[in-house]
Design a protein around this ligand. Sequence first.
Ligand code: 0L1
Ligand code: MG
Length: 261
Amino acid sequence: MDQNLVKELAAYTHTAEKEKREIVKITAELYKGLTIEDAYLIQEEVVKQKLAEGRKIIGPKMGITSEAKMKQMHVEDPIYGYVFDNMVVNEGDSISMDDYIHPKAEPEIGFILSKDLEGPDVTALDVLRATEYVFPAIEIIDSRYENFNFTLPDVIADNTSAAGAVFGTNLKRPDSLELEVVGVTLSINGEIQALGAGAAVLGHPANSVARLANMLSKKGEKVKAGQPILSGGITAAVKLSRGDFVSAKYGGLGDISFFVK
Ligand code: 0L1
Ligand code: MG
């Protein structure tokens, strides 16, 4: 793909994110033939543009990790993107609707590794052996595309809708829990809106981190020790509105929450 077009399309999604403005998906008109490989080139350029503006990568995130979402999008692989420093929301803090377009929240299980993991043959067992802590998290997704209407390459080029992350501080050793049966409820103003269990994430959230390591190895990168990793949504994402009190309650991992102003 032509490098100028990569830069132009990266600026298209990145500027929309900065200006909190909806855009039409790339594959509608701008570049109908966008492939997954092209889309990751655009994502890499978005990352470069953000780093050049002084942003810092906090950690990677996995997306489209449920069988239901993969089937819906006719894909066999999940996708990855990055959480940046300006996306981190402290547990118990407030976010402002003014900083987003049409945000949604999804509960996830986070991982912190004690050693780097390098693909291509990383397994869930390797991930669990390398995991120092797991923790509860809520990802805030905010597709820059109108009505969350996109194809898989579009969403990859939009850094997988990454917009916010609440990293809980209740760190647990991975062998203290059976992550696939860790249940979670996501409530808005005290009413449960979605629920699920860790197995919704590729059968086991450690499978998702293994897939991340194996996908990153295709471009010579690793999953790095110390970075918080979002392993993927356990439930459907729930739309947020001003005045919401958003809380996620996990079996064995505690509760996390934030407010929407
Ligand atoms: O983290 C995710 O699973 C979201 C990936 C992008 C799909 C979406 O925006 O709904
Ligand atoms: Mg997510």
